[in-house]
Ligand binder design. Structure first.
Ligand SMILES: [Fe+2]
Length: 388
């Protein structure tokens, strides 16, 4: 949940007459979550946001999921997935379950307008830069940014015309994505002990006010994708206020919490969603007890599947396993995993790490999507052999 924001022109009192320059009224739209009982924003449109001219079904490729059976830890090399296309229609589903879809994208094309009516999206930008345009205005993004898009926000991705394509890890929730509740006061302000705060969240600063007619918007629902053709451009908003809007948060603004001995993964938590947590592993000083072991201990995640997307750094704990930048590891519930044989001893005396990684834990088992099947490294399960 971001903080209250007011952008562009709005009337002094909500639900009152707000005249446009022609003497008519701007069209007020309430966008609210959980049936008028959670975060919301009020938007003021030049034209009716309800005026549809056509509705058509859209054919999409089969996204068949296969269970992780027999149970295996897995390694996917995302940089081997086919590049090209745009961040909305060219995503490769790597892993998914009833709560979340984790996909990967590499490409340079701008996306069509889209509205994900299923849930919030979190996009971690591994490389490239551009602008997210939406009914709320624009939000620039660059590598290291998490871009959080509330459910049902009409938006599109505009990628900078650079030599480097955009690379992104995409988390589609079936609910709402926000900071962990324990980071917030009763009234929703970030507490002193949280590893980031409001100043690190960057939302739109001004409305877009785009004019246009006959505008296609892809609408994602649990039953498929529908094309809405709006009479007027949905980016016609002159102002809005509220606590619901897209924003960015850079992983480089996450302030790591360290200690004398190894700190558990929840200190790295950055976001939560129903049955899903997202953590950021950032460059940090290692533990400072004189006999500390900087490498993590072996661990059995009894209630969760653990996914790590490796972005940068040496990934000391898995050195020698084949993990590299762009790798995704899946360490499922039922499997005890840990550092590479020899990593514990090699880590003794190390003072800092430069690793950068995003972890996604799910509380229900993940299944493999087409991208996962295409990018899997077959022999990962045996990479812990070679120790004593
Ligand atoms: Fe782990």
């Amino acid at each position: 949940m971001p903080y209250y924001r007011s952008v562009g022109e709005i009337p002094p009192k909500r639900h009152t007459q707000f005249n446009n320059p022609d003497g008519g009224l701007f069209a007020e739209e309430l966008m609210g979550e959980e049936g008028f009982s959670f975060d919301s924003s009020l938007l003021y449109h030049k034209y009716l946001p309800t005026a549809l001219q056509a509705i058509e079904p859209v054919d999409i490729e089969d996204q068949e999921l296969t269970p992780n059976h027999p149970l295996k830890p897995r390694h996917f090399r995302t940089h081997q997935l086919k590049a090209g296309g745009d961040p909305v229609t060219s995503r490769h589903t790597v892993l998914a379950n009833g709560d979340v879809r984790i996909s990967y994208f590499t490409g340079s094309e701008d996306s069509p307008l889209v509205k994900n009516a299923v849930g919030d999206e979190l996009v971690y930008v591994e490389a490239g830069s551009g602008t997210l345009e939406s009914t709320f205005g624009t939000v620039p993004f660059t590598s290291g940014d998490y871009v959080i898009i509330p459910a049902s926000t009409i938006h599109r991705w505009v990628i900078d015309d650079a030599e480097e394509p955009m690379r992104a890890l995409i988390v589609e929730s079936t609910g709402h994505i926000g900071p962990p509740r324990r980071y917030l006061s009763r009234n929703g302000q970030f507490l002193e002990r949280s590893p980031y705060c409001e100043r690190d969240q960057h939302g739109p600063n001004e409305p877009l006010e785009v004019e246009g007619e006959d505008v296609d918007v892809l609408v994602k629902t649990k039953t498929g994708i529908t094309r809405f053709v709006y009479k007027n451009h949905p980016f016609d908003v002159v102002g809005w206020d509220g606590c619901l809007y897209p924003y960015t948060f850079s992983i480089h603004d996450f302030e790591p919490i360290t200690g004398r001995v190894h700190q558990p993964p929840p200190v790295h938590q950055t976001f939560e969603a129903p049955n899903v947590v997202v953590c950021s592993f950032v460059p940090r000083l290692f533990d400072y007890h004189p006999k500390a072991i900087p490498a993590p201990y072996n661990h059995a995640n009894v209630d969760s599947d653990e996914v790590i997307f490796y972005v940068d750094g040496s990934f000391m704990s898995r050195k020698g396993s084949g993990i590299e930048a762009g790798s995704i590891s899946l360490h499922p519930a039922g499997h005890t995993h840990g550092p590479q044989p020899g990593s514990v001893e090699a880590s003794l005396g190390a003072e800092a790490t430069e690793e950068l990684a995003v972890m996604i834990d799910t509380f229900r088992p993940l299944e493999l999507g087409p991208g996962g099947r295409d990018a899997e490294e077959d022999d990962y399960a045996w990479t812990w052999l070679g120790g004593r």
